[in-house]
Design a binder for this molecule. Structure first.
Ligand code: ZN
Length: 184
């Protein structure tokens, strides 16, 4: 098992867009394995490559610990693109491995269609709803430099401001390996 340290709120790479993956070589496969290890070790259900310092458009997810998703297989989404969203939205409580301890309700489309490539670079189109849609949208946001806290109400954003600053300054205890604070 090999773990990446997880980038935290404030790290530059989390505000930058990732690059499309052009070929899935042995190094990329190793990185994807380590992304799964890192995510499982931290108890997360989704992880974007730039959360572990890789400027690549890759998402891993595993919803098998979520009620109703026990039989859902872990997924790798390469170069994902949200191709359609439902007009209906839903508020769900989100958290993030890059923002440990911070939670908030986020309104997002309840159903989506996503296009992505698997590790054989086969193109896949898939509909997703409920938690699967939620995790894909959350991680896809990461690939575009967006935090879920960018999408919460002003009231929640005010409430979590202090916590985000503490995370940025590494003033809390972390349950898993994280990156060191970036020097300016
Ligand atoms: Zn996240």
């Amino acid at each position: 098992m090999s773990l990446f340290p997880i980038n935290l709120f404030g790290d530059k790479i989390l505000r930058s867009k990732t690059n499309p993956v052009k070929d899935v070589d042995a190094e990329t496969i190793e990185q994807i394995k380590s992304m799964f290890d890192t995510m499982h070790n931290a108890g997360g259900m989704g992880l974007a490559a730039n959360q572990v310092g890789l400027q690549k458009s890759i998402i891993v997810l595993d919803l098998s610990m979520v009620k109703g998703y026990e039989k859902t297989k872990p997924m790798v989404l390469i170069n994902p693109k949200i191709v359609s969203i439902s007009p209906e939205t839903v508020f769900l409580d989100e958290g993030c491995l890059s923002l440990p301890g911070v939670r908030g309700k986020v309104e997002r489309p309840s159903m989506i269609e996503v296009m992505y490539y698997d590790t054989d670079l086969k193109e896949i189109r898939q509909e997703a709803d409920e938690w699967l849609a939620r995790v894909i949208l959350h991680e896809n946001d990461h690939l575009n430099g967006i935090y879920f806290t960018d999408r919460v109400s002003d009231e929640i954003r005010r409430k979590v401001k202090r916590d985000l600053l503490d995370i940025k300054n590494r003033k809390i205890n972390f349950d898993y390996p994280v990156t060191e604070k970036e020097l300016k």
